[in-house]
Design a protein around this ligand. Sequence first.
Ligand code: PLP
Length: 409
Amino acid sequence: MSDFLSHRQQLFYNHLAQTSDFPLALEIEKAEGIYLYGKGEKKYVDMISGIAVSNVGHRHPKVLEAIRQQLDKYLHLMVYGEYIETPQVRLVQALVKTLQVKNNDNVPKLDNVYFTNSGAEAVEGAMKLAKRYTRRHEIISCYNAYHGSTQGALSLAGAEFFKRNFRPLLPDIKHITHGRIEDLEKITNHTAAVIIEVISGEAGVRVPTREYHQALRQRCIETGTLLIFDEIQTGFGRTGSFWAFEQYGVRPDVLLCAKGMGGGMPIGAFIASQEVMSVFKNNPILGHITTFGGHPVSCAASLATLEVIWEGMGYGGKGDTLTVKEKGELIKKTLIHPKIKEIRGEGLMLAVEFESFDALKPIIDRAIENGVITDWFLFCDNSMRLAPPLIISESQILTACNVILEAID
Ligand code: PLP
């Protein structure tokens, strides 16, 4: 390791487990709103929100206040589901309210919430739930999908490259192409569940048609298959509605959330009807256990986050000056350059496509040097990820877009 590395850099490279040889390795001292501050007050606009997490911005005052209040009451009390903990029950009440979508689709209400610590754990719990409820074991996911890195969630990943050297993984996993109606035939009455993102994130933000989701919903009803929407990236306002599925006129049997849900604290959930969830109560009793899932401080932070998004973004009350949809449209209108081939996405979940990874990489590096952090996607390396905090203002969007345009030039 070079002599020129600072002590902190040496600790980072030598003792913090690395998963690539080229981490960003930015040293951040403070974060506030849409900004990250490095050494010497170097300021970055966070245009990726720690990968779709900081939807309400960093250190939102209402989130901090909720955390402080909970710190004065209690931290961990007991493993999940035994005691009545106020932060948990207040959060389920608010979550269930966001899910009271009027629909005549006969799909049971999503009114029963199981809290986890992370997205992957929500995926794991939902897979177990589907197997236990349907008594089937085949699960279908999408090519180029990412649902987490634990072994069950990894089994769903739609790219062999990520899985090959970790086999054996779960058997009976099949894949379909996201958005391709013809592939829905692969869902049969042997399929326990289809787990799918409403808008496919790591494939480079692919937005399917309304017809696709309606046909998928119908096929799952016909075959008795549970439809699991992974809204771990798309939920909590990211795409312009509180949940992305609202834009498609369909509801899942099981809903997954995490990431933006905690306002910067770790929390996730899988949500289903009481009837589906009740299978965890017997044969075996305690069908899914977690010690820290639904940690009271995370739940308090999550409720504050939910309220900020619900009220402040105009879903449940008065809105910001621009809606999340309008902010996304502003980015699309502003990022115009001959080297940009396409901008895909909904709301503030966007992919800006370039010719190749080699064309994009120096642009991302240059933009970071000039104070704007972007990124690419696990399964789409010619596209730039844009997922800023939803609180970003019109003028902040224009400033960040100008830095990106300058970096392209
Ligand atoms: N599902 C989706 C769609 C994701 O984007 C991610 C993480 O990127 C996960 C699941 C896994 O979440 P976590 O990293 O919290 O385990």
